[in-house]
Write a protein that binds this ligand. Structure first.
Ligand code: PMP
Length: 431
């Protein structure tokens, strides 16, 4: 594939924008380097890059694009919003309408507040939990990503009862000491951490269905135990559903797993591709937030009409009969096809999939936690990624990400993708 224009634009970008990208995951660092592809336009499940090459897209912009690119219903809603003025700084009817849709779909959301990103949503749930409990520390789980606010950019300490260390320059030791990180899908370490720091723990923060070391589901009983231990300790349970909300069904992971959170953070899909975040939960907790309570949170852009309109339109598409079943059906076909080709070419592949979201790990072993994801073969993934890109398949450039199907993917897209997978595996097996 000729990508001369992408290469030229990337050089230009490196002079202008730090690292040439506006979010580090877009650089190809996780796949041994290379030039990120500059896309020109997207339609449905397809992209065309600036050199005129075509791709089937499984990146889905890291999750938000569940109805495909430029879905006419969402595009129409955004156009109408733009024509009416994109930002008022006053309340609007759209905010009520959208808040009603979210609170109806997710029963634990008694009250919500809109913000502008997943980062903001999670950051605020932590502040509110601290205000509510009058405690300082939080517990989170290894490999779960919660945005880039200071508190959640803290790596695990050396054991379940040790405090974290900064995971980014600029995050201070004081902040790292507010966070304990324990393994996912295992409750012993959480128990120990709660025993050590019990009275200090404001909240336990978790992705109930993980999307950030690939797709990883909670083992049966795990979330129930997390909730029981958290509540026995007088702490709040926060679910980060920035990826999982509306990904697997019309609602959150809470209705799927049967475990409700005290507070929930959302983003991505609920903005239909425009910037958004939202958090919500029990009314007595949410009433800690200004102007009712002492916990301050605000935003010039929060609840802006364009994001509200796009989010409403996106959820309207997702309300249509059978959309999740169809993503499930195509996801299953993709999973089975990839496994079949992996077997034929003797490549060790494990796939975690739920409905239209899946992760392909190059591994002999199942992946149920971060350490297991970390142990999968990154070199093989990198090779696969670059071969697939040459075949016209756009995947996320990291072994820790997922493939996202959309309502726009067709049987034909899956067939073409499986052909690309076979060609890629064949080349990998010849090495
Ligand atoms: N939480 C989770 C689970 C996420 O996956 C992400 C983004 N990948 C975030 C929070 C942060 O969201 P944003 O990038 O919108 O700030």
């Amino acid at each position: 594939m000729n990508r001369a224009t992408s290469e030229q634009l990337y050089q230009e970008a490196e002079d202008l924008i730090v690292g040439g990208v506006n979010s580090p995951s877009r650089a190809f660092k996780g796949v041994g380097g290379g030039t990120p592809v500059f896309m020109d336009h997207g339609k449905g499940a397809h992209f065309t890059d600036v050199d005129g090459n075509h791709y089937i897209d499984y990146l889905g912009a890291y999750g938000p694009i569940i109805t495909g690119h430029a879905h006419p219903h969402i595009t129409g809603a955004i156009k109408t919003a733009a024509e009416n003025g994109v930002l008022y700084g006053t309340p609007t009817k759209l905010e009520n309408q959208f808040a009603r849709m979210l609170t109806h779909a997710i029963p634990s959301l008694e009250k919500v507040r809109f913000v502008n990103s997943g980062t903001e949503a999670v950051m605020t749930t932590i502040r509110v939990a601290r205000a509510y409990t009058n405690r300082r520390k939080i517990i989170k789980f290894s490999g779960c990503y919660h945005g880039h606010s200071d508190l959640v950019l803290v790596a695990a300490g050396s054991g379940p009862s040790t405090l974290g260390s900064p995971d980014s320059a600029g995050v201070t030791r004081n902040i790292a000491e507010e966070v304990i990180t324990v393994p996912f899908n295992e409750t012993e370490s959480l128990k120990q951490a709660l025993e050590t720091y019990g009275d200090d723990i404001a909240a336990v923060l978790i992705e109930p269905i993980v999307g950030n070391f690939g797709l990883v589901e909670p083992k049966p009983g795990f979330l129930e135990s997390v909730k029981a231990l958290t509540h026995d300790n007088g702490s709040l349970l926060i679910f980060d559903e920035v990826i999982s909300a509306f990904r697997f069904h019309y609602g959150s992971a809470q209705e799927i797993t049967g475990v409700e959170a005290d507070m929930t953070a959302m983003g991505k899909i609920i903005g239909g591709g425009l910037p958004i975040g939202a958090y919500g939960g029990r009314v007595d907790i949410m009433e800690q937030v200004a102007p009712l309570g002492p916990a301050y949170q605000a935003g010039t852009m929060s609840g802006n009409p364009a994001s509200m309109a796009a989010g409403i339109a996106c959820l309207e598409v997702l309300q249509q009969d059978g959309v999740y079943d169809e993503m499930d059906r195509l996801g299953e076909k993709l999973e089975k096809g990839i496994l079949k080709h992996a077997e034929s070419y003797g490549l060790p592949v494990k796939i975690n999939r739920l409905k239209g979201m899946l992760t392909v790990y190059f591994s002999e072993h199942d992946v149920t936690n971060y350490d297991e994801a970390e142990a999968t073969n990154g070199k093989q993934f990198a090779e696969f990624f670059h071969l697939m890109l040459e075949e016209g398949i756009n995947l996320a450039p990291s072994k820790f990400e997922a493939w996202f199907l959309t309502t726009a993917h067709t049987e034909d897209d899956i067939d073409q993708t499986l052909e690309a997978v076979e060609n890629s595996f064949k080349q990998m097996a010849q090495k």
